[in-house]
Ligand binder design. Structure first.
Ligand code: PLP
Length: 342
């Protein structure tokens, strides 16, 4: 584990780690990192470069060299009319096509969030991750899971890599490691990589003053113990998340909701003008932003990513609180529909 102070620092760290790893093994050309459009990996130079958000690349001369992006597995947004699993396979196979295009000898790693968070809670089709894993196993490239949102229980396991049966070589974590009470992040590194990075001849020259800060680490330990003592993840997996999924799916009955999806305790709804065709509202109407304002005014926190409304409730939310959450979200949707109908 290499400790950092944030998720962004984790992602800056993995760029140097994987490139240095391959250079140490005598393969200095293996430098390119493949990521995905609309990914979010933080706001530092490497974090924002790995991220696939064009509006972030436009600020500050990004992306850094030798970082490239394939399409995301966003079925509702980009795969309408196609079977979800077929779409998932197609998107995963873009990784293979990109590796072959660049040449395996030039590719260091693939990085991805198991579920894209800031990009709009994009839950990949079931076919996606097994195919990505197959491709990473077939070619000699490292797999980096950015677990900054998904880690520490969010999907009903400690890590979403367990939920999706992913075997990452490196794993970035932050946020939930302390439940946000103090800043702490870390890159967990599989033994075969760690061995190279700690070899005396090629030792990795990387360190932050606040790496492993004792106060932040004490908070992380207290947080993890509390999660274990209260059995929070089992409770979430066995009860809270299924209940949340069933109540969240009711939002699909609303006239302006084209899709409602959840995994564990993250959820998204897609706002549409026409449920038959899933046609979006004109972007000048800023329907997502209006909906967000109506949510805040109704006492519920949903974030707008374009016209996708996303949420990430506390892991300890109760059934009663979920009921309240859904009722308030419905009110906010009604208010938004009334606003845009005017
Ligand atoms: C929040 C986030 C980051 C950045 O973490 P910071 O602590 O804000 O630097 C990186 N990756 C993912 C997936 C995130 O959600």
């Amino acid at each position: 584990m290499f400790f950092t102070g944030s998720g962004s620092e984790c992602n800056d760290t993995v760029v140097r780690m994987v490139r240095h790893y391959w250079t140490s093994l005598g393969k200095p050309n293996k430098q390119t990192i493949i990521s995905r459009k609309n990914a979010y990996h933080g706001s530092t130079m490497a974090g924002a470069s790995l991220g696939g958000m064009a509006f972030m690349h436009a600020q500050g001369g990004l992306p850094l060299p030798n970082i490239t992006h394939i399409d995301q597995p966003y079925h509702f947004g980009e795969g309408q009319g196609m079977d979800a699993n077929e779409f998932g396979l197609e998107r995963a196979r873009q990784l293979e096509a990109k590796i072959l295009e660049l040449g395996e000898e030039n590719v260091a790693a693939f990085i991805a969030e198991p579920i894209q968070g800031a990009g709009g809670v994009i839950i990949p089709p079931d076919s996606y991750w097994p195919e990505i894993q197959r491709i990473c196993d077939k070619y000699e490239i490292l797999l980096i899971a950015d677990e900054v949102i998904c880690g520490f229980g969010r999907t009903g396991e400690w890590f979403a890599s367990q939920t999706y049966n992913i075997k990452p070589d490196l794993m970035c974590m932050a946020k939930g490691i302390t439940s946000g009470y103090l800043p702490l992040g870390g890159v967990m590194v599989r033994d075969h990589v760690a061995k190279v990075l700690t070899d005396a001849d090629t030792e990795f020259a990387h360190g932050f003053t606040y790496s492993g800060h004792p106060a932040a680490c004490a908070v992380a330990i207290a947080n993890i113990k509390e999660m274990q003592n209260r059995n929070i993840i089992n409770q979430l997996r066995e009860d809270t998340a299924p209940y949340f999924a069933s109540r969240w799916s009711e939002l699909l009955e609303h006239p302006m909701v084209g899709e409602a999806r959840t995994k564990g305790l993250v959820g998204a709804i897609e706002l549409v003008k026409d449920k038959q065709t899933n046609e979006r509202y004109h972007k000048d109407l800023d329907v997502g932003t209006r909906c967000r304002e109506n949510c805040f005014n109704s006492g519920v926190v949903l974030r707008a990513v374009g016209d996708t409304m996303i949420c990430s409730p506390p892991l300890i939310i109760t059934r009663d609180e979920i009921d309240e959450f859904i009722e308030k979200a419905k009110l906010a949707l009604d208010k938004t529909l009334a606003d845009v109908s005017q």
